[in-house]
Design a protein around this ligand. Structure first.
Ligand code: ATP
Length: 320
């Protein structure tokens, strides 16, 4: 349904995304994942027709977006990260206005607004002003405007961020319901927000697609990258030298220490934390803690997305 080939975008000299290719089948939900600045919004803006790529192609059912932009805009709906909503308008008035802008025929306006408010769970607030709605309901209005013209492809930029836990559950279920009639691409920087909702995950790191597949595919592919946190009694340099020299350790992500212990975040080569434990104890150091750093899939996501240069947070307190 959606075919993206070699998508690249430079903002002046700044490379935002590079050589991104993927496909999404009809009726599927795909999740675009990456840390802030990874390039998610840039991809969504290109797919929605807001931005032109520097190079690459986007096709929907075989039609090219760059050569037929008007035809394709008609089959794309977009919820930006900060959707422009008019707080003084009612939900009904706003959706009617957007439907007119999107070229919905006058005779279909009433039916279309009612259909969309029903499918997004807005019927009970349809005559309320948008400014009086909770964040969860305002987000629904944003989704309703994105599907008002019944697009085949719906792009949702961070639709779950900022919602409370109950609203998150409702939003996931709303997105799942929409997938029957639409193909959906969601962006998020938090894996757990989208892993349950999406059929396919596309992982972006520094503008490049570094992994894609179902949650199970990603688990299998990154199974060897096991993140652990270990606390060891000993001087920082001695601990670093011992741990850094072990076969089972792929990399030391960070090391902090105080008077009592060194705390290291490590990626293991293989799922053998016991090899690490026995080497530490055998080397004469006290092993105070050894635990998984993140929940398993979150660890996979971090292993795939974290830039090679440590972030300011990781470097804080780090001794080299
Ligand atoms: P976020 O979740 O923070 O929005 P993102 O993954 O959506 O991040 P983008 O907004 O696509 O990332 O940005 C990708 C890169 O391009 C970033 O380094 C960003 O600073 C840069 N960038 C984005 N827009 C522009 C612009 N108009 N001019 C120059 N650089 C830009």
């Amino acid at each position: 349904m959606l075919e993206v080939q070699g998508l690249t975008k430079y903002y002046g000299l700044k490379r935002a995304i590079y050589d991104i290719s993927f496909e999404i089948g009809s009726g599927q939900i795909a999740g675009f994942l990456g840390l802030n600045g990874a390039g998610k919004t840039t991809v969504l803006k290109i797919l929605s027709g807001f931005l032109l790529p520097t190079s690459g192609t986007v096709k929907i059912d075989g039609t090219d977006l760059v050569s037929s932009p008007d035809a394709l805009r008609a089959c794309i709906g977009f919820l930006p990260e900060e959707p422009p909503l008019y707080p003084e308008m009612t939900v009904r008035g706003f959706l009617r206005y957007l439907a007119q802008l999107r070229g919905v025929a006058t005779r279909d306006l009433k039916r279309q607004v009612e259909r969309v408010t029903e499918s997004t769970g807005l019927t009970e607030v349809i005559d309320q002003s948008i400014g009086s709605l909770s964040l969860g309901y305002r987000r629904r209005v944003g989704i309703a405007q994105s599907i008002i013209h019944d697009p085949a492809l719906v792009l949702l930029d961070e639709p779950i961020s900022g919602l409370d836990p109950i609203q998150i559950v409702e939003m996931r279920s709303l997105i799942r319901d929409l997938a029957g009639d639409h193909t959906i691409l969601i962006s998020s920087h938090i894996l757990t927000e989208v892993e349950e909702t999406c059929d396919t995950l596309l992982v972006l790191k520094e503008g490049e697609l570094v992994a894609r597949g179902s949650e199970a595919d990603l688990r299998e592919r990154f199974a060897a990258a096991l993140s652990v946190r270990v606390a060891i009694q000993g001087a920082a340099e001695e601990v670093r030298s011992l741990v850094g020299g072990l076969d089972v350790v792929a990399s030391i992500e960070s090391l902090r220490h105080n008077d009592k212990e060194c705390v290291l975040d490590l990626t293991l080569q293989r799922d053998e934390p016991e090899a690490l434990a026995s080497a530490v104890v055998g080397g004469g150091f006290g092993l105070r803690r050894l635990e998984p750093s993140h929940n398993e899939l979150e660890g996979i996501f971090l292993a795939a997305t974290t830039p090679r240069t440590p972030t300011a947070e990781q470097s804080e307190g780090e001794q080299t």
